[in-house]
Design a protein around this ligand. Structure first.
Ligand code: MN
Length: 348
């Protein structure tokens, strides 16, 4: 296949140093007080050939003094496969802080992936789950037609908290499935000299995650030792992106610093990687998600009416069950924007 890779890296190279401030961290939910609706999905967004498109994060203030770096949805790109939401947070020093404190809130139409490089998160949800998730362990929550959950730093907790919160959109045929939570502490790994890849969703080089998936997708966490040069096998039908979390990795020749993401398009059979220092990053990919979506607050939907109904159900305490044991009141849904949401897509 002849897929020329452009020499130019599209979009400016904006480096954001990884965070260092602690305090109250709400990293695992969309806590925006005025969430901006996002229309995404649809083939019009997909780049059919290999590209190197550097995505700058949007800095989102959560709580009083904590900031996360939002990579998806992004002005430059809404989805990568079914991956529809990516926040990177930390490393934050929370030694003298409460750390993450996200009160019960609802979800529809998605799976949430909790992924840590340092620290731990205590997850509770309306199916009765209560689980502490540690570094490189998979907490995978499938909302289906409706679930609610809370996330908090346990007491006591480790000094540093560093991780990513990711959402995977459910396809239409599975979005009304029942809610469930999966915890997979021992994930398969792929190793090569200087490289360890942990497969959290889908498969990579023959290793397959036990996590339930509903679309062809992959999520892998990679640790590269300084000086390592290697090539990662890819599926040409998938689109991919790399989220850098620590160190300095060059992805297909492009330096990607922590808190940034490089979108890679489709049509690749392998990905050249070089570590300038010990580096940690995530590979996210999947078959381009053809359905058009509306994302608002913590909901992934297909119509305005569906969003309104979910908001109303949460406000009156139905459909989303109850999270037991969280010390605090549930989150209230923000007001819907005055302008109706429409799944038109084709926005970049
Ligand atoms: Mn959540």
């Amino acid at each position: 296949m002849a897929c020329p890779v452009p020499d130019r890296v599209t979009s400016g190279f904006a480096h954001t140093p990884a965070g260092s401030r602690g305090a109250k961290l709400g990293g695992m939910s969309n806590l925006d007080r005025a969430p901006v609706p996002s229309v995404c999905g649809g083939r019009g967004f997909v780049v059919a050939e290999p590209v190197r498109e550097l995505l700058s994060p949007r800095h989102v203030q959560l709580g009083e003094s904590t900031e996360v770096r939002r990579l998806l949805p992004n002005l430059g790109r809404r989805m990568i496969g079914a991956w529809a939401f990516v926040d990177h947070y930390g490393p934050d020093d929370i030694a003298d802080e409460p750390g993450m404190q996200v009160p019960p809130h609802p979800h529809i139409g998605l799976q949430t992936v909790s992924w840590l490089h340092a620290g731990e998160v205590l997850h509770r949800d309306s199916t009765g789950s209560r689980q502490t998730i540690g570094p490189r362990q998979l907490g995978l929550m499938t909302s289906g037609r409706g679930i609610s959950h809370s996330e908090e730093s346990p007491r006591p907790h480790a000094r540093f908290l560093h991780g990513a919160q990711l959402w995977v959109a459910l396809p239409d045929e599975h979005r009304d499935t029942g809610p469930k939570f999966e915890y997979h502490p021992d994930l398969p790994t792929v190793t090569a000299p200087g490289l360890t890849a942990t497969v959290l969703l889908g498969g990579l080089d023959g290793s397959v995650s036990p996590g339930t998936t509903y679309t062809p997708i992959v999520g892998a966490d990679l640790a590269l030792r300084r000086g390592t040069e290697t090539r990662l096998p890819l599926e040409p039908d998938f689109e991919y992106g790399v989220l850098a979390m620590s160190g300095e990795v060059h992805v297909d020749g492009v330096p990607v610093l922590p808190g940034s993401m490089l979108y890679l398009g489709c049509g690749r059979t392998e990905l050249p990687l070089r570590a300038e220092s010990d580096a940690g990053f995530m590979l996210l990919g999947g078959e381009p998600f053809a359905e058009e979506l509306i994302m608002w607050w913590n909901f992934v939907a297909r119509s305005q009416a569906e969003v309104e109904q979910a908001r109303e159900d949460w406000a009156k305490g139905s459909r989303f069950g109850e999270v037991k044991g969280y010390d605090g009141a549930p989150l209230r849904a923000p007001e819907l924007p005055a302008v109706p949401l429409k799944p038109r897509g084709r926005l970049r």
